[in-house]
Design a protein around this ligand. Sequence first.
Ligand code: SIN
Length: 200
Amino acid sequence: MTWEDGRPLWIFGYGSIIYRVDFPVEDQVFGYIHGRRRAFLQHSHDHRGTLTNPGRVCTLIPHSEWDSMFPNEPSDPDTVCWGIAYKVKSGEEKRVKKHLDWREKDGYTEDFVNVFTEPGKVAVSNVLVYVGVSNNPSFVGVSSMEETAMVIARAEGPSGTNREYLFKLCDALRFHSKQALEPYLAKLELMVRQLIEESK
Ligand code: SIN
């Protein structure tokens, strides 16, 4: 599936697109997608890190792939990923799509998802989402939470510190609903805060 110019454009944000909305929107829906979990397993060479010291940003991992990558931390197939679906302002779709393709150029490709607000209720269908699939050049692969937290605590790039990416994401999810912050994110946030404290 692809987005066709002239049609409404909905974007599902699950990482920086949740809290850095640098495009005009005319509607938004806080909801979730099925079948994938959020993970900081995408290198960031252009936003939250550099070519030589990449940071870590989010991608979405299908539950089935997660289990083969992390057999010791099996994924719950019923776990959902919360985020925000934005309807791009009418007439601005082509420009915004071009801008987001540029912003998400470090390994992300397009996919389309259904966004739910409650079980069995599709609130918006065919929503564009940028995903770093597991064979993209910036995909990290298997990496422990400890290693991930250490990179996030230290990295910095043209868009700011890597820790700011994580904290803003957690704050934005919490702001909308406590249940939106999955245990993985809450644990990572705690680990990064501890590393920062220890380094003072
Ligand atoms: C997203 O936010 O939806 C994509 C990943 C990112 O840019 O952080």
